[in-house]
Design a protein around this ligand. Sequence first.
Ligand code: ADP
Ligand code: MG
Length: 311
Amino acid sequence: MGENAIEIEGLRKTYAASAGQPPKQALNGIDLTIPTGSIFGLLGPNGAGKSTLINILAGLVVKTSGRVKIWGFDQDVNPRQSRAAIGVMPQELNMDPFLTPRGSLEVQAGLYGVPKSARRTDEILDLIGLGDKASAYARSLSGGMKRRLLLGKALVHHPQILVLDEPTAGVDIELRQMLWQNVRKLNSERGMTIILTTHYLEEAQEMCDEIAIINRGTLIARDTTANLLNKMDAKTLVVVPEGEAPAEIALPDGVQMSRRKDGALEFDYHRHQISAGAVLDAVRAAGITPRDVATREADLEDVFLNLTTAG
Ligand code: ADP
Ligand code: MG
């Protein structure tokens, strides 16, 4: 395989109007490449367009325009090959209550045209820790087991790319750890390219080599996790001075000050560059006596705001 497992150009999706709802532009022209062998995070708030994007990759949603290449195959030219290269664990739990995990995996393999001799049902059952539940009805499985089964179903046709849509939303810690262990193993041992969507910054931080952030159908950032974290460690120290603050205030490099209407001073700095203590020392050295001090940390919302307003 080449350098990129996925290549997306000018991808747009407008959902048609329905039930009194106007048409909805979910993706506004996305350009994105996802490197082969990476664990790639697609990060964004609810409604950003993450599921739409990966459902287009999976062939479950029809794009409005743009070009999508999966594992080197253009989706419009080679739909069968491009679909075969990708396995998706969907966000919603959708399963047949009357199938057993074994039955479910067999049916899924059948749908993908995997011949009996090439099926690895037992291996997958072991991988997802459902070996001892192989013959239980799906309706008797716990929520966590159902999610693991969805992971198994995404793997039946031995895809080179695995996509997980919000795999840990509403999932307990134990299951989350098991999922991550499995995902890391599939990535390191089989070289599988992993794409996961999440609206948890921490999760993307912990798991992903590279991250793309989308907001309202637009890509607003795409970088290595390390680089993004550097941009995201912005903090603000808010100081309410005793009396009037001096007109001239000397500050260390990397600290920026703004004066609020209520007289409070806001100092913006980057945690990796300077500590809150050092900022406070500089404030005192400038002759300011703090009456009240508070810190504020950039969260994902701030980062979105920063990125969208900065350009
Ligand atoms: P995310 O997965 O990031 O939460 P989605 O891709 O599910 O975002 O949704 C993006 C936008 O498209 C949202 O505004 C959502 O309401 C809308 N949307 C998603 N699916 C449909 C659909 N089938 N019909 C109409 N609008 C939809
Ligand atoms: Mg979603």
